[in-house]
Design a protein around this ligand. Structure first.
Ligand code: NAG
Ligand code: NAG
Ligand code: NAG
Ligand code: NAG
Ligand code: NAG
Ligand code: CU
Length: 656
């Protein structure tokens, strides 16, 4: 009798635990969708407590030598990463890397319980691309919109899924995102005949460094096998920052290619299945930490239809470039013969051959690896690449770049806010990494506030007003600009002067912005190498441009202020939340201040962000909706109860 009760209790507990780990699907008819994410560490290449090895696209347990008798291990039961034989520590969400996809429908209320089961790290979760309108304290910006979640605590995020599109969630603390704490966040529209979809996340990966180590090696030197080696270079001659690229991962899977022998280790790859004759929507997420990837699929044209959740006038390309933080949706029509095709993602480095693959498999094709090759780009049949961070590939590659200057928002999409005297604000922000200085914006290395800022945003008002900061100086302070609700804000982001570096993918929280114009440096169009910075910008001091930090920039032609720069797309400018600032160039963004809050603007290269290449945009603090006091004040296990009682979205107690 007693024993029966006991086992029932155990059974119920197990059910509760399973319930907490699996993500339930959200139905279109639900008004509220609730999810549970538990964050902790895992090891790669383990099946429970047994080590596995990779060969021929499969995984086997070690010590079982007779391969005719041994069944391979289920690939889904192992975090295989690139199949490297030494288990590597990674961050996992519900035991997976990447974490589970969260898929909801436009208009729903989303509630996500995030439990920090890391033993010695704080955590916050950012919902990348969501504007968090009305719920700015749910943005997951540590010390800015909330106190971080301490080990053992659970924080309940709750917000509206306003706008359909491809988004993602990731930790916003230190190196956690590139260690694996991320996943897709998709808001589906409510159209009836939806296309089948696939989600692709792409990241760079190595076996033993995190972004912290990259930073140290940047300062103290990069050694390999006893020799000091230079950083790799981008095709346009910009220097990439320090990172050892061992592999790339697509949905957490890739394989290690030995750079000496050129052989790979046969680790399992992600397979995307399609039916002949059908169209598919692919949602691609740039989840890496440093490298842009050029993505293509052998024998197939990619029709780009959207970026960062906003529809574009479709364009057909051979490939596109995705940077950390960006998303692209494309349509693929499965109209080739029933077979296997390589999905390729290559870095834009000079002569490195760094790449990763996945497999596009037509149903009915054999369970084999593709033998296809990529399209040959010919001068008579050039390859079109969208979103290059530069203007030219080397002439010999017969490859043509399209940039955000060459695309338009879909007709009828949100109009660009117009210049309006008295209600227009323009800022020049230069993103730099000069020499041994930490990365900064306008010479200001961002300093985290020591309290949870959302409760006291006015403290930040003049925090960079000190003599150490200013023209051609580097200082550390909580850099912020204040914008006024209702104003039209134009940001001119730069990548110029002595701190000029690889193209920075800059991400803005809280808003999507219109991309009015991208200005590139001057190139040699035969080699594709950059020659000089763009001359439209005056770095604001008398120094030669090569000696200036360019932290007080303005237009060279002073008549360009007040939104008068020429060649702006003012009708159908595409909307984004993450945009590349090209080496030696600039990008002009515009948005209406319609979301009071405290919002990060930062580089999405993980260690640039960690070092200080970030700042705050503070919109009308007096209009910030009151936060649940728990966000700022409370810590400890009471979070859950307090939030549950205070959060206005949780009208009824869920009973959980
Ligand atoms: C492996 O198993 C097969 C089938 O039972 C057997 O014929 C073969 O001898 C075994 N080989 C070894 C090396 O044990
Ligand atoms: C396959 O679809 C593409 C558009 O994605 C089209 O351009 C091409 O002509 C089609 N090929 C065949 C063989 O139907
Ligand atoms: C571009 O580079 C090529 C090859 O180095 C060189 O021959 C040519 O003169 C350069 N063109 C310009 C305009 O600098
Ligand atoms: C390359 O540059 C040369 C000289 O600057 C110019 O005449 C030519 O039109 C350019 N070619 C392309 C493809 O832009
Ligand atoms: C400054 O820009 C205006 C507007 O684009 C243009 O008409 C004018 O010629 C420019 N002045 C100079 C000196 O380039
Ligand atoms: Cu950067």
């Amino acid at each position: 009798m007693f024993r029966t009760i006991g086992s029932n209790v155990v059974f119920i507990l197990m059910c509760l635990m399973l319930d907490a780990f699996a993500l339930k699907d959200c139905k279109m008819s639900d008004s509220k969708c609730e999810f549970y994410l538990e964050i902790d560490h895992r090891l790669t290449m383990m099946k429970d407590d047994e080590l596995v090895y990779a060969t021929d696209g499969r995984l086997y347990k070690y010590g079982m030598t007779n391969s005719t008798l041994v069944e391979p291990v289920q690939v889904d039961d192992v975090i295989s990463a690139d199949g490297w034989e030494e288990p590597r520590l990674i961050g996992a969400v519900n035991g997976q890397m990447p974490g589970p996809d969260i898929i909801v429908y436009e208009g729903q209320i989303v509630v996500v319980h995030v439990k920090n089961s890391l033993r010695n790290e704080i955590l916050t979760m950012h919902w990348h691309g969501l504007t968090m309108k009305g719920t700015p304290w749910m943005d997951g910006a540590p010390f800015i919109t909330q106190c971080p979640i301490l080990p053992g605590q659970t924080f309940i995020y709750s917000f509206h899924a306003y706008q359909k599109g491809t988004f993602w969630y990731h930790s916003h603390i230190g190196t956690q995102q590139s260690m694996g704490i991320f996943g897709a966040f998709v808001i589906r529209g409510r159209d009836r005949d939806m296309m089948e979809e696939h989600i692709i996340s792409i990241m760079d990966y190595n076996h033993d460094w995190d972004s912290e180590v990259s930073y140290m090696k940047d300062i103290y030197g990069l050694y390999q096998r006893g020799y000091r080696v230079p950083n790799s270079k981008s095709l346009d001659d910009a220097e990439f920052d320090t990172f050892r690229f061992d592999s790339g991962l697509i949905n957490g899977r890739g394989r290690f290619h030995d750079s000496v022998t050129g052989k790979h280790n046969g680790a399992p790859l992600e397979v995307f299945e399609v039916d002949f004759g059908k169209p598919y929507k692919f949602r691609v997420i740039g989840a890496g930490r440093l490298h842009p990837f050029r993505v293509s699929i052998d024998n197939h044209i990619l029709e780009i239809i959207s970026s960062d959740g906003h529809d574009l006038e479709p364009i057909r390309v051979e490939s596109f470039v995705i940077n950390p933080g960006e998303r692209f949706d494309f349509i693929l029509i499965a109209n080739q013969s029933v077979s296997n095709y390589w999905i390729r993602a290559e870095t834009l480095e000079v002569k490195k051959g760094h790449r990763t693959e996945a497999i596009l498999r037509y149903r009915g094709a054999p369970d084999e690896e593709p033998v296809t090759s990529r399209k040959q780009c010919l001068s008579t049949d050039q390859c079109l690449v969208f979103n290059c961070p530069f203007l030219y590939f080397p002439h010999s590659e017969a490859t043509k770049c399209l940039t955000f200057n060459d695309v338009k928002a879909l007709t009828g999409y949100q109009p660009v806010p117009k210049f309006h005297a008295d209600r227009f604000e323009e800022y020049f922000l230069n993103f730099g990494v000069p020499g041994e200085n930490p990365a900064f914006v306008n010479g200001r290395v961002f300093q985290l506030p020591t309290n949870c800022e959302m409760s006291q945003p006015l403290d930040l008002l003049s925090s960079c007003d000190k003599p150490e900061c200013g023209k051609n100086k580097v200082c550390t302070c909580p850099n912020a600009i204040h914008i006024k609700n209702g104003n039209v804000v134009q940001l001119v982001l730069l990548n110029m002067g002595t701190g000029k570096g690889q193209s920075h993918p800059i991400h803005l929280h809280g808003y999507s912005f219109h991309v009015l114009k991208m200005g590139y440096g001057n190139y040699n169009n035969t080699t594709g190498k950059i020659i000089s910075d763009n001359f439209d910008i005056d770095c604001g001091d008398k120094l030669d441009r090569d000696e200036s930090l360019c932290n007080q920039a303005t237009w060279s032609n002073r008549t360009w202020i007040n939104g008068n720069a020429p060649h702006l797309e003012l009708e159908r400018a595409p909307l984004k939340d993450t945009i590349i600032v090209p080496t030696g160039g600039y990008v002009i963004l515009r948005f209406r201040a319609d979301n009071p809050g405290v919002w990060y603007l930062h580089c999405h290269l993980e260690y640039h962000n960690m070092e200080g290449m970030r700042m705050l945009i503070i919109e009308s603090p007096e209009k910030i909706p009151p936060s649940p006091s728990a966000v700022a004040r409370y810590s400890g296990f009471t979070y859950m109860e307090i939030l549950a009682s205070e959060n206005k979205f949780q009208e009824t107690t869920s009973g959980k």
